[in-house]
Design a protein around this ligand. Sequence first.
Ligand code: UDP
Length: 253
Amino acid sequence: MAGQRVGFEPDVVTLMGVPIHDVTMAETLALVSRWIAEGGAHQIATVNPEFLMLARRDATFRATLQRAALCIPDGIGVLWAARRRGKRLRERVAGSDLVPLLSAEAARHGWRVFYLGAAPGVAEKAAAILAERHPGLIVAGCYAGSPAPEEEAAISARVRAAQANILLVAYGAPKQDVWLGRNLARTGAAVGIGVGGSFDFIAGVSRRAPRWIQRLGLEWFYRLVREPWRWRRQLALPQFVWLILTGRDAPQY
Ligand code: UDP
């Protein structure tokens, strides 16, 4: 079951009806290690303000995040909003940082990683780059596939046949997370993570903000300038700030 939690109960703050866990990157990696040792199916979601704004109106996405084993605080806006609710989250745990760090751990422990999603060829390129950077990394499989419901059974069977321990899914939110909520258990992978544009970043298809911009908390702005077609999506951000400031962030049922 994707909602299973084992042995570790991090503090939680709820925003827009979505629980966000106060975990650090090191704790996240330790949980992955424990879950792989114990088996089962554990979904990790990388929650940023865009996720929260989607979840506020989309009951399926919200339920998926509520059932996830771990919702990590991905985005400076989530830390800010939590602080407004009186809860200090210790660290921003960015999904795009998690993928390379997890690959290093996977190489060390012999975990098998499956790379699902992104445009054809991108997952293969990202996996090859990661395998070169982290000698010993076992790439269980790469497949672009599609989040279409009619492909779910075949893709799940493919991941199961590859005997993956970790399944990374790059279909963008909310598709990747809903996909994992429906299918992770039958893929046999112990850990499933929706990783958004991470394969694109690693493969060099798109570029992340420099570290100094990330440290200033302006990665969202960098993305807006480089990918201006996102402006419509990013309109959700001022609305997010407004809802948090006015305390009107209850989900819209
Ligand atoms: N994607 C896909 N199939 C789809 C929709 C998206 O493979 O039907 C991929 C897309 O190629 C990209 C990733 O999903 O690699 C999501 O990218 P985006 O930057 O939009 O994700 P975000 O992190 O912003 O959710």
